[in-house]
Design a protein around this ligand. Sequence first.
Ligand code: ATP
Ligand code: MG
Length: 632
Amino acid sequence: MTTYREEFRRSIEAPEAFWGEQARRIHWETPFEKVLDDSRPPFARWFVGGRTNLCYNAVDRHLASRAQQDALIYVSTETGIERRYTYAELHAEVNRMAAVMRSLHVKKGDRVLIYLPMIAEALFAMLACARLGAIHSVVFGGFAAPNLAARIDDAKPALIITADAGARAGKVIDYTPLVDEALSRAEYKVPQVLLIDRQLAPERLQAPYLIAYEPLREQFFDACVQCEWLESNEPSYVLYTSGTTGRPKGVQRDVGGYAVALAASMEHIFQGAAGDVMFTPSDIGWVVGHSYIIYAPLIAGLTTVMYEGTPVRPDGGVWWRLVEQYRINLMFTAPTAIRVLKKQDPQLMQQADLSSLRTLFLAGEPLDEPTAQWIQGALRKPVVDNYWQTETGWPMIAIPHGIEDLPPKLGSPGVPSMGFNLSLRDEQTGDICAPGEKGVIALGYPLPPGCMQTVWGDDRRFVDTYWKSVPNQQVYSTFDWGVQDDDGYVSILGRTDDVINVAGHRLGTREIEEALSSHPAVAEVAVVGVADAVKGQAAFAFVVLRDADRLNAPGVREGLEAELAHTVDTQLGAIARPARVHFVSMLPKTRSGKLLRRAIAALAEGREPGDLPTIEDIGALQQVKAALGAGG
Ligand code: ATP
Ligand code: MG
């Protein structure tokens, strides 16, 4: 029997042999000439010369053996729609969508920006792009117009695909006004917009630049579109991270390496096999959605359940009933959803027959102990935490149950995945930390298949951002802190940058600060994430006004708070609105002028700010403390 230790060592020491074997999991139209080209660090090219197609591997390849098996079960508790698509039906829908896109002159290498809610057409559109060799760039449907505009300008899409509206928690969100505004804000002029009409906001269909999807779908109902055979290293998609520095990073992914890595992860980590049913309540706008709603389950021949709605509507038992109804075997969501479910009537879970469920996977944020223990106890099934990033595309730390049943350790997602040459590095020296010592989680060159190739259109930024941050070493920085024990288990200790996670939504504190600063009354602002029992984190804003005396006048404080909330709403969306706004007359900073967000967050969470030798003015922290205490 192979052990994790042996397999892992082989994946690091003999990557060509290891990944060459893994590559047999997918279809290659033309075999690759070389497994790895590592001649130009930090860039890596996997399966050089091989030609393949993600859509072919996800759909067409299964037609011979499982055409009548469900490929997609679509459920919306917002609209009450439930639809099933076999692999044959999925194949037909993807061909229709691809034919429509082709009729709109979309071709290989073009970008297609997908701004869609969780509807089946979003999955068809992504696969249709893959089929044509077009590069999809999915933008999370909850983003406000300025976010969308920034991504339009960066991706320069030949086509935007959107819908009349999204729906969340019973509320309809009109998309077309957002798209309208983004198009007028963006410098780049998008030639055309394809509209999927859900009939949720019908009056919007009149906008002149929109092309309605439905009539075109009818026109191309029986269309057959050949798969474009792409060289393994051609780009398949661009997905933007949430962007702490204001300008988001477009993570660019390849074709062949991604397909191989996902297929391998389905066996090594998820233990999902053809015929299994996988339910990943996440969003297609996030990497988890790309990898584990769409590509991995379909490449491996599973049935994927795509869900629009919250975990608590119509009630907190809805997900568990789906598990029963569709005999779901694997489920993958974020800890925040579990914290929400924890507050529900336990009966709701117990009433459902969960016997089909084998494992619950959780990722995206730290899995706190109370949540982990509660869900484990309530489900009585393995709960597998796993750690990764948009950049890596698949879990870099997990328990590889498909290789060896390593025992889980509370507080750790597990051990490095195949091919991830992971080390903990001293922030100051770049040296490898001893076991038990906290360091930056770093990855050696080359990154394994499936990881980002570069930053879209900006190789320099890829190198400078990720590969130059650890001193004296050319290693990839995750910008997360971690610690590794003697057995190789890694615990994640938070991030070196400042992104917060509100109810599963990643928000850059820097972006919120920028929005607040645009208000004319604001001189300076700090936004920090503060632990919140339900949402994971909540944003607290500390605002320095240009004219602090204003606050003494009656009603001014309330008025300003409302205006600031409105400013954030219009620039970033309501999800980014700070839970609390505190007014202070100065902010604590380091000598180099960096805001001490971590110290502020500590105070807000009732902890001591710790060792702060570089603070210029302790008084500023005292102010923060006083403002928190006064509730204003
Ligand atoms: P940006 O890179 O623009 O700042 P982001 O890092 O918030 O955006 P993602 O790539 O979606 O966007 O998130 C990856 C991060 O989420 C990781 O770097 C880590 O901080 C956190 N994370 C993911 N999974 C886990 C986990 N299992 N435990 C702890 N933290 C996790
Ligand atoms: Mg990140």
